[in-house]
Design a protein around this ligand. Structure first.
Ligand code: UD1
Ligand code: CA
Length: 462
C-alpha cells in the first residue's frame, strides 16, 4: 500500500450537541472523539495527518505534534472543510477523509478502504454501511448496475425524496480520493440544497462526470461508522465503546462482575485475575496489577495499583498503591499519595501527598496530608495532620514503627521519631524523640461531690 494522507474534518459547529465545547472534544471513554479517529489514522499507517479546525482554532495545541492544523474560514459545509486542506495535500498519494465525529472507525477499516481504492483504480471511494435506523445520514442512491449515482442528505427536509428516505444504505463520511481529481472537482460543488451548504458527497458525481471512477465499499460492522451528532448518539457510542473495552479485558483474564454497571476508560490496563466489582469506574491512565480486587463502588482516576491489592468503596486520584496493600471502605486518596507494600489505609481516611511506608497502618477516621509515615507505623483512629497554616503547607514525618494514639493532632512541621508513642488526645507541636512517649494534653482533674453540690444549690434557690 502506498503512502497516504488522512484529513479529519472537525470544523463543524456541532449545533445538535447543544454544548459550549467543540463537538469533537467531547469525551468517549477517556478520550476525546477526535482522538479516537486520530489514533485509528495513525495505527492505519497514514503518513500525514491534517485536521480541519474552526476559525477560532479550538483544537490548537491539543492534538499532538504530528498533526497539521488547517483552518476552514467559515463552516460552509463538509466540502468547504476539505477545500481548506487541499493546499496541504502531497501530490500523487491518496487522501483519506475522516470525520472528527465518527470515533469507532478502526485502523483496519481505513486500510481496507485504501486497498479497495487502489485495487479498483478509482478516483474516489466511499465507505457505506447498512443501518437499521438510517435517520439523519446521507443515503446512497445506486443505479441499477450497482454503481453510485449520488448521495442525498436527510438531516433537514427537502434534499431527499420519500423514496430515497426508504434507503438504509448510508454514507459513512469516510472516503478515499485521488488528490488531483478531488482538487479539480471540488470548486464546482455548489450550495443548491436545503441547508445552503457545500456538501462533500456532491463531489462524487462531479468526479465521475470528469471521467473518474467512483467505488463504493460497504462495511460489515456498522458501529465503525456511527457518528456523534447529538448526545443521544454519544450515549449510544459510549455503550458500544464500553462494551468493546470490557470484552477485551474479560478475554484477557480480568473478572468484571457486572459489566453493565462498570465504567472502564480506553487507556486503562488491568492484570490477569484481578476482579472489578460492580459500580466501579476506572478512569484515565489507571493501571491495575494482577489478582487485585477493586470495588464495589470505587472510582480510580490515573491511579497505579500493584498486585494483590484490595480497594473497597473508595475514591483514588493520581496516586499509587503497591502490592498487598488495602484501601477502604470509604477512603479518599488524593494526588501524590503513595501507599507502599502491605500497608493498610482503612475506613474513612483521607490521604493527600503522603507516603505510607511498608506495612504501616492508618486504619480509621484520619486525615494525613503532606506526611511521611515510616514502615510498620500504626496511627490511631482520629489522627489528624495539621499541615496548613493558612499560607504554607508543612510536612509531618513519622519514623518507623511509631505507635500513634487515638485522636492526636500533629501540628506540622513536626517529626515523630522511630519507635516513639503518642498519648491519646494529644496535640503534638514539638519533635518526639525516638523511643519516647509524648503526652500533649491537659491533666484530668476530678471534682468530688460535684453532682450533690449542684442539687443542693438548686434546692436553696427555691
Ligand atoms: C455527514 C454527511 C452524510 C453522512 C454523515 C456520516 C455531508 C454533507 N453529509 O453528515 O452524508 O451520512 O456525515 O456521519 O457531508 N464539518 C466541518 N466543516 C463544516 C461542516 C462540518 O469541518 O462546515 C465537520 C464536522 O465537524 C464533522 C464532519 O465534518 O466532524 C461531519 O459534519 P456533520 O455536520 O456532522 O455532517 P453530518 O450531518 O453528520
Ligand atoms: Ca456527523
Amino acid at each position: 500500500m502506498s503512502a497516504y494522507t488522512a484529513v479529519i474534518l472537525a470544523a463543524g459547529q456541532g449545533t445538535r450537541m447543544r454544548s459550549r465545547k467543540p463537538k469533537v472534544l467531547h469525551d468517549l471513554c477517556g478520550r476525546s472523539l477526535i482522538e479516537w479517529t486520530l489514533v485509528a489514522a495513525r495505527e492505519a499507517g497514514c503518513t500525514k495527518l491534517i485536521v480541519v479546525d474552526a476559525p477560532e482554532r479550538p483544537l490548537d495545541g491539543l492534538l499532538g505534534d504530528d498533526v497539521e492544523l488547517v483552518v476552514q474560514p467559515q463552516a460552509d459545509g463538509t466540502a468547504g472543510a476539505v477545500a481548506a486542506a487541499l493546499a496541504s495535500l502531497p501530490a500523487g498519494s491518496p487522501v483519506v477523509i475522516l470525520s472528527g465525529d465518527v470515533p469507532l472507525i478502526s485502523a483496519e477499516t481505513i486500510r481496507e478502504l485504501v486497498s479497495v481504492h487502489e485495487d479498483t483504480g478509482a478516483a474516489a471511494t466511499v465507505a457505506t454501511a447498512l443501518l437499521e435506523d438510517p435517520s439523519g445520514y446521507g443515503r446512497v442512491v445506486r443505479r441499477a448496475d450497482g454503481t453510485l449515482e449520488k448521495i442525498v442528505e436527510t438531516k433537514t427536509e427537502g434534499d431527499a425524496t420519500a423514496e430515497e428516505l426508504l434507503i438504509t444504505e448510508v454514507n459513512s463520511g469516510v472516503y478515499v480520493f485521488d488528490p488531483a481529481a478531488l482538487t479539480e472537482a471540488l470548486p464546482a460543488v455548489g450550495t443548491d440544497n436545503s441547508q445552503g451548504e457545500r456538501y462533500l458527497p456532491a463531489v462524487l458525481p462531479l468526479i465521475e462526470a470528469a471521467g473518474g471512477t467512483v467505488a463504493v465499499h460497504s462495511v460489515d460492522d456498522p458501529s465503525m461508522l456511527l457518528g456523534a451528532n447529538d448526545r443521544v448518539d454519544l450515549a449510544e457510542l459510549r455503550d458500544l465503546a464500553q462494551m468493546q473495552i470490557i470484552e477485551a479485558h474479560l478475554l484477557s483474564g480480568v473478572d468484571i462482575v457486572a459489566p453493565a454497571s462498570t465504567q472502564i476508560d480506553i487507556d486503562v490496563e488491568i492484570g490477569t485475575d484481578s476482579v472489578i466489582e460492580p459500580f466501579t469506574a476506572l478512569c484515565g491512565a489507571t493501571k491495575i496489577g494482577e489478582r487485585s480486587t477493586i470495588g464495589p463502588d470505587s472510582t480510580l482516576t490515573d491511579a497505579t495499583i500493584g498486585d494483590d491489592v484490595t480497594v473497597l468503596r473508595s475514591h483514588l486520584t493520581e496516586c499509587e498503591v503497591r502490592s498487598q496493600a488495602s484501601i477502604g471502605p470509604f477512603s479518599h486518596l488524593r494526588p501524590g499519595s503513595l501507599v507502599r507494600e502491605r500497608a493498610k489505609v482503612g475506613a474513612f481516611v483521607e490521604l493527600k501527598n503522603s507516603d505510607i511506608g511498608e506495612g504501616a497502618k492508618v486504619p480509621h477516621l484520619s486525615y494525613v496530608g503532606d506526611a511521611e509515615v515510616g514502615a510498620g507505623a500504626n496511627l490511631g483512629a482520629g489522627t489528624i495532620t495539621a499541615n496548613y497554616d493558612g499560607v504554607n503547607k508543612h510536612r509531618t514525618v513519622f519514623g518507623e514503627r511509631v505507635n500513634g494514639g487515638v485522636h492526636v493532632s500533629y501540628i506540622a512541621p513536626v517529626e515523630v521519631g522511630d519507635d516513639s508513642w503518642t498519648a491519646a488526645g494529644s496535640v503534638i507541636t514539638e519533635a518526639v524523640p525516638p523511643g519516647s512517649l509524648a503526652i500533649g494534653r491537659g491533666r484530668q482533674e476530678n471534682k468530688d461531690g460535684y453532682d450533690a453540690r449542684r442539687k443542693r444549690e438548686a434546692e436553696d434557690k427555691k
